[in-house]
Write a protein that binds this ligand. Structure first.
Ligand SMILES: *Cc1c(COP(=O)(O)O)cnc(C)c1O
Length: 379
């Protein structure tokens, strides 16, 4: 069966270049980076080369980059690690209502451990409310974590403005940039971001490899104890091949960023126009969730009147089309999206909203195939 993959916000297919370089590394580059012999040092230089690529693209220093197993670990390392290392007395922390579960669940756990948490809301377009954030800031606010791009709607948050507000008050600012790195050019220091999380499998790299940027002014306590790898911030033998793949993938997307963005922009416009035209022909209501906000070009969250998402996903899957209800972590459960709920969608709209996420290799033909099948399924 033909597969049309429109779930790139959940994960991406590794690029050919990444696959080739990792495959070579599997058989030739099997040393342990902590070993002093030639093979060990070769593995070490693979890791350090990838670190250099990340640092260069973020205009950061190599010592400010820590490799992790991905977004979940990165978010935990920064949030929990920062609190453990720095803020014994300050018990107030802030995040938003639309974060990924790896942030929300971490904050819920911290609440149980005695922290007070403010969850900032969003407006109807899915943008975090900066005025509310300002009102919630306190003398004892230890940190703020607000995502860069939302994974369900693609809405880009006002990170520069938030960075400025927090820098003025000297409050530690972390952003989950998993959906932004590789899609937008991000220079954390210009944006006054103190820490940032990314993961390779969202930008055509392998699963199980990620990084965090942590400004050198700040320290975090490690979450995983043992060896002194990653400058004592994350124990364990480095995921050499995964880290190699992360570096290759990041270099590739940023070298071609303009070209990829232009192509994706055209595709997204084509998709959204076609959807509106075809659905309105059926006499049904259609709404792009977060349409009026500034969005990345790869993610479209759409409500279609009368659609039952669970049935739609199954019917499209039978036709080889992979899309998603909202977030990957939500699929399989019948729970409504906390993101769309925070945006004020009605129950009917929550039940009929889903996410289409294109990627750098998506074609017009695939979008046509998707829309044609969607129409047949909902008729
Ligand atoms: C995918 C995702 C994560 C989790 O990353 P993993 O590498 O899968 O652990 C975290 N935050 C956001 C916004 C994501 O989209």
């Amino acid at each position: 069966m033909k597969i049309v993959y429109l779930d790139n916000a959940a994960t991406t297919k590794m690029s050919d270049k990444v696959i080739n370089e990792m495959t070579k590394s599997f058989s030739e580059n099997y040393g342990n980076p902590s070993s002093v012999h030639t093979l060990g040092q070769r593995a070490k230089s693979t890791v350090e080369n990838a670190r250099h690529i990340v640092a260069k693209n973020l205009k950061a220093e190599t010592t400010e980059i820590v490799f992790t197993s991905g977004g979940a670990e990165g978010n935990n390392l920064v949030i929990r690690g920062f609190l453990k290392a720095n803020k014994d007395k300050e018990k107030h922390i802030i995040t938003s209502k639309i974060e990924h579960s790896t942030i929300l669940k971490t904050f819920e756990q911290l609440e149980k451990e005695g922290y007070e948490v403010s969850y900032i809301g969003v407006n109807e377009t899915g943008v975090v409310d900066i005025e509310e954030l300002k009102r919630e800031l306190r003398e004892d606010t230890a940190l703020v974590s607000i995502m860069f791009v939302n994974n369900e709607t693609g809405v880009i948050q006002l990170i520069k403005e938030i960075g400025e507000i927090l820098a003025e008050r000297n409050i530690f600012f972390h952003t989950d940039a998993v959906q932004a790195i590789g899609k937008l050019k991000i220079l954390p220091k210009d944006l006054k971001i103190n820490a940032l999380t990314a993961t390779a499998h969202k930008f055509y790299g392998p699963k199980g490899a990620g990084f965090v940027f942590i400004d050198k002014k700040y320290s975090v306590e490690k979450e995983i104890w043992g060896g002194s790898q990653e400058r004592n911030r994350r124990a364990g033998t480095e995921n050499v091949h995964g880290i190699l793949g992360l570096g290759v993938a990041l270099e590739e997307v940023y070298e071609n960023l303009e070209e990829i963005s232009e192509k994706e922009n055209k595709l997204q416009n084509y998709l959204e126009n076609k959807l509106k035209i075809e659905i309105e022909k059926l006499g049904k209501k259609i709404k792009i969730n977060g349409e009026k906000a500034n969005r990345i070009k790869t993610t479209t969250n759409v409500y279609i009147e009368g659609v039952d998402i669970q049935m739609l996903l199954v019917a499209l899957d039978l036709r080889g089309i992979c899309i998603s209800g909202g977030s990957a972590c939500m699929s399989g459960s019948l729970e409504n999206s906390h993101v769309l709920k925070a945006m004020g969608l009605t129950d009917e709209e929550l039940k009929g909203s889903f996410r289409i996420s294109i990627g750098k290799d998506t074609t017009i033909e695939e979008i046509d195939y998707f829309v044609e099948n969607l129409i047949e399924v909902i008729l």
